[in-house]
Design a protein around this ligand. Structure first.
Ligand code: CA
Length: 529
């Protein structure tokens, strides 16, 4: 970059101006001319797994505090309406890498063929502009990473205790807790692994808080003796919705493994699957880890077996066991964000490093009686997105515009000073980060979920969400759902059958048709107008 360094306020003003439509992609005024310069920001993407925004205090969580993640909102920007395109792990990661919907990048579901690594990804493009690129942690695309100068990733879902990592030199097993290890490896790479003369992209990707929600040693007793508030819809009966909601296998009441999911051990003698799943976790622990675990969980389990709970009391108890372990797993992620932010401060990297915290999708924390994700309902559709960049974002920025994981790739390319290829379907967020209000920003998002029937039996569906409404089509049964998100934020009343909404339905169907055409989605059965 030529000339004297600019102030944070000036940078933010210029970015905001750019966001108002004064620039073409890749031509930000303060970034132009520096596409090969070391002044381009470093990018640190801290990407966790299944961390719903409603378990982050900056998003108003009523069940936990996340002081370190909140720092990003206080010192940077929080995006209040951030959504995924397909609420499941591998597909979300493929959307992030390609900036394209699942039907274009080919990763529709978690299983099946590996991700097509030969296609364009933003990390390959960043490498081409001189960025050094690294991924450490969960990858989950079933193929060896390309487009990274450095990679160490968990095989598949990875393990919470003493995890294996795949590396170019072969498999390595580290002793310890996976979240701490991923943070330590990330800091080690920042400190000693990278070329200090080049800008970097580091994707630091946590396994936590994915199922089976095993807390680390530091948080085995966090929330002991507390009752976490229950969601209002814990005992949802799925009336007034289309039929798929009532046909899932993802309820806390009936579909969790007591030992593997809830850590109620020993597993029942007649539940061989639960025994096997839990044994695989337990067998990996060392003696010290097992002793600490048993000291925390042993007394809880004794009390549980003595209590003889039934019916709603049992569901309430399961909810407490589930949510506390989920939040304990989140607590370690939050701690690790604190450690990385501290390192950025100590090293002097903080000012020109853009730090993002996000997760691959949202999650049900007992809402509708569920755990897991997949649905276009709000809890699993929403993703956290918080970003700090002292050189370019004003502290305390709050962004209401609707964004998707589709948008990350073009954002990173613009930060690197280059435009995205024309077939990338997302839009750069750089203008929004600067507080801009682009007049032509999207006012609706498109969603399409595919993985059926297993696991969890969530019907395939696609839909459109606007600021006020959501229209969802379950094409296997031809059922529709319409929700008024203002009047019914918990989405308990399907308004589709009400003739009073016919104009709204017609508008939303037209918008859904436009989006399917815009994104060239010919998958799933089409609908009649
Ligand atoms: Ca996930």
């Amino acid at each position: 970059m030529s000339g004297a360094p600019i102030t944070r306020r000036e940078a933010a003003r210029r970015v905001a101006g750019a966001g108002a439509g004064l620039y073409a992609a890749g031509a930000l005024p303060f970034l132009s001319g520096c596409s090969r310069s070391a002044d381009r920001p470093n990018i640190l993407l801290i990407f966790s797994d299944d961390h719903a925004p409603h378990a982050i205090s900056a998003y108003g969580s009523r069940i936990n505090r996340t002081p370190h993640i909140d720092r990003l909102a206080d010192e940077g920007a929080i995006f209040l309406n951030s959504f995924c395109t397909n609420s499941i792990c591998g597909p979300s990661r493929a959307v992030v890498l390609t900036g394209k919907h699942s039907h274009i990048n080919g990763r529709l579901v978690n299983g099946g063929e590996p991700f097509d690594m030969s296609q364009w990804t933003f990390t390959k493009a960043l490498q081409g502009t001189g960025y050094e690129t690294a991924i450490i942690g969960k990858w989950h695309l079933g193929v060896q990473p390309e487009g990274f100068d450095h990679w160490e990733h968990l095989p598949g879902q990875g393990r919470y205790y003493n995890p294996d990592f795949r590396t170019p030199a072969g498999n390595v097993r580290y002793e310890g807790y996976v979240t701490d290890i991923i943070a330590d490896l990330s800091i080690d790479w920042l400190r000693e692994g990278r070329d200090p003369n080049r800008p970097f992209l580091l994707m630091s990707q946590h396994k936590a808080p994915h199922r089976n929600w095993m807390p680390g040693p530091a948080h085995l007793r966090t929330y002991e003796g507390e009752d976490i508030p229950e969601p209002e819809t814990l005992f949802d009966t799925y009336e007034n919705r289309a039929s798929p909601a009532g046909q899932t296998e993802m309820t806390i009441a009936e579909h969790m493994f007591p030992a593997y999911d809830l850590k109620i051990t020993p597993a029942a003698a007649d539940n061989e699957t639960d025994q096997r799943f839990w044994a695989a976790e337990w067998d990996r622990m060392n003696d010290e880890q097992r002793a600490a675990w048993e000291a925390a969980y042993g007394p809880r389990n004794e009390a549980f077996f003595a209590a003889g709970l039934e019916g709603r009391d049992l569901v309430r108890y399961y909810y407490q066991r589930y949510i506390k372990d989920y939040l304990r797993s989140v607590a370690s992620v939050d701690d690790s964000v604190g450690h990385i932010l501290d390192y950025l401060d100590e090293s002097g990297l903080a000012d020109n490093t853009l730090v993002i915290y996000c997760s691959d999708q949202g999650f049900y924390l007992g809402e509708h009686g569920w755990y897991d994700k997949r649905w276009m309902y709000e809890e699993s559709l929403r993703m956290p997105f918080l970003v700090r960049w002292p050189a370019g974002i004003e502290p305390g920025t709050r962004v209401e515009h609707m964004i998707q994981n589709l948008d990350y790739a073009p954002t990173f390319l613009e930060l690197a000073g280059v435009g995205a290829p024309p077939d990338v379907q997302g839009e750069s967020l750089v203008g929004l980060m600067g507080g801009g209000h682009p007049a032509d920003w999207r006012t609706s998002i498109y969603y399409h979920y595919y993985e059926f029937p297993q696991p969890h039996r969530v019907a395939r569906h696609y839909g459109v969400r606007t600021e006020r409404h959501k229209l969802v089509y379950y094409y296997a049964t031809g059922e529709w759902e319409l929700f008024d998100l203002e009047a019914d934020p918990s989405e308990m009343r399907n308004l589709y059958g009400d003739p009073a909404n016919s104009d709204t339905i017609a508008e939303l169907k037209s918008e859904l048709r436009r989006l399917r055409t815009l994104y060239a989605d010919t998958t799933g059965e089409d609908f009649a107008d």
